[in-house]
Design a protein around this ligand. Structure first.
Ligand SMILES: Cc1cc2nc3c(=O)[nH]c(=O)nc-3n(C[C@H](O)[C@H](O)[C@H](O)COP(=O)(O)OP(=O)(O)OC[C@H]3O[C@@H](n4cnc5c(N)ncnc54)[C@H](O)[C@@H]3O)c2cc1C
Length: 426
């Protein structure tokens, strides 16, 4: 057993352990005051993914590297263990982990801390439907998106063979997206654009078989938007040929087909699962106060501190991001919330004290609908169509704070406009 101990004895810096390197963990590591803190991130991913940019990267608007950011930076002395946290002993302030380095056997390690922030996020929810894990694609990070892109290439090559019958082409080129929330909608929109604007130029004989479809149990898509905007989204999809199957319940998924309660067996070439969040095992295991209904999340107070189940504050332990929620101020599982909490906590920790309670400032909700149209809303303004698309594009630029990446995105948009997307040149 290896034990890494920092900051607890001679070192004057406070040793802060961050569990997870997603939006919450990464932002916190970037915002902390390194003159006071020694920071160790523990995560199986040495990079963070800019999830809002994933659909665009998948469809070749820019390379996958643009949609990710390494946690380690030359400009800040953050250390990282590529490992999964198995448990946390809040009493002895020790984290028990297992290393997760591809070409090496896992090793058990222990890390002691002065303060800990849990940001382990969530995983996709298969709602217990058999076959989802084995036969569908998730799009939660650049590895997922890259695997999906390879599958799209394979599907196109298979459909292109002279031996492939028209009926089989129709099945193969049915890309089924489960989930009518912003993630599913944007994936459908970007895929629809790419297939019809770019791929169709190389495979014109296949275009009549393209079928991008959304399936959702709800009766509408984008149901967290104002009703008129979600209706606009539905109508604009239907007008352009993105099929939207609302009130549809999937009961089983197999290799190349799924069963729905309403329509029986449906064949597909690709199934993308873009719906719901479920707990990661660590959240299940932790002995602390959790929410009781829906997605079970770690419940913090408005200072983002964790509590034992008997209500007592757990000393020096905090939780932010999708895995956590505030008692009596439930917030959605979004990057926006994760980033605001991370920034608030970094400021408060650095200031060494109890601050004014955390308050969420809703900025805007935005979704791309394809064909240079979108929907956008904040608490005062609602936009739809081209103006919303332009706002969506500027929002895309704001997700990354790295100027090199902003420039790369702009350059790629320009190149795509003149020469087509990268995916069309594979
Ligand atoms: C395709 C897509 C598009 C999205 N678009 C938007 C958008 O436009 N706007 C928006 O606001 N939100 C968006 N979201 C939601 C947003 O990505 C999440 O809300 C956000 O990622 C939550 O951040 P997090 O840090 O809590 O969790 P995550 O980003 O999921 O990160 C969790 C981290 O913890 C690590 N981890 C898990 N278990 C352990 C463990 N046991 N030990 C150590 N590490 C662990 C994971 O590997 C990961 O690094 C999108 C999500 C997806 C999938």
């Amino acid at each position: 057993m290896n034990t890494a101990a920092f900051g607890t004895d001679s070192d004057s810096l406070i040793h802060l352990v961050i569990v997870g390197s997603g939006w919450a963990g990464y932002t916190l590591s970037a915002e902390l005051d390194y003159s006071k803190y020694k920071v160790t991130v523990i995560s199986p991913d040495p990079i963070t993914t800019y999830t809002p940019l994933l659909a665009s990267a998948l469809c070749g608007l820019f390379g996958f590297k643009v949609a990710e950011e390494p946690v380690r930076r030359r400009s800040r002395p953050v250390s990282l263990y590529q490992a999964v946290v198995d448990s946390v002993d809040f009493g002895s302030k020790t984290v028990h982990c297992t290393s997760k380095i591809n070409s090496f056997e896992p090793e058990r390690i222990e890390v002691s801390y002065d303060q800990i922030v849990l940001c382990q996020g969530c995983k996709g929810n298969d709602f217990g439907i058999p076959g989802v894990g084995e036969h569908s694609f998730a799009v939660r990070n650049t590895k997922d998106a890259s695997a999906l892109r390879n599958k799209i290439s394979d599907i196109l090559e298979k459909a292109n063979l002279p031996t492939t019958t028209p009926e089989r082409r129709r099945e193969l080129l049915h890309f089924a997206i489960v989930g009518g929330g912003p993630t599913g909608v944007e994936l459908a929109a970007e895929l629809f654009d790419t297939m019809h604007q770019d791929i169709a130029k190389m495979f014109p004989h296949l275009e009549e078989y393209f079928n991008i479809a959304i399936y959702d149990v709800a009766s509408n898509i984008l149901s967290n938007f104002e009703e008129d905007l979600s209706t606009y989204a539905l109508e604009s999809f239907r007008r352009r040929g993105v099929k939207v199957h609302t009130s549809t319940h999937i009961t089983e998924v197999r290799d190349g087909s799924m069963t729905t309660k309403e329509k029986g067996e449906i064949k597909f070439g690709i199934l993308i699962w873009a719906t719901g969040n479920a707990n990661v095992p660590l959240t299940e295991k932790l002995n602390c106060r959790k929410s009781k209904e829906g997605l079970v999340r770690l419940l913090t107070d408005d200072q983002l501190r964790l509590h034992y189940t008997n209500g007592r504050i757990i000393r020096d332990a905090f939780a932010i991001g999708d895995a956590a929620d505030i008692e009596s101020l439930s917030l959605p599982t979004t990057a926006e919330v994760a980033v605001q909490k991370a920034k608030w906590l970094a400021k408060n920790l650095s200031a060494n004290g109890e601050g004014t309670p955390f308050k969420f400032h809703e900025k805007r909700m935005v979704a791309y609908l394809g064909a240079s149209a979108g929907v956008w809303q904040n608490d005062k303004v609602k936009l739809r169509g081209r103006l919303a698309w332009l706002s969506w594009r500027s929002t895309s630029l704001s997700w990354t704070h790295d100027w090199r990446k902003k420039i790369l995105i702009l350059v790629n948009w320009t190149l795509n406009y003149f020469y087509g997307k990268e995916i069309a040149r594979i």
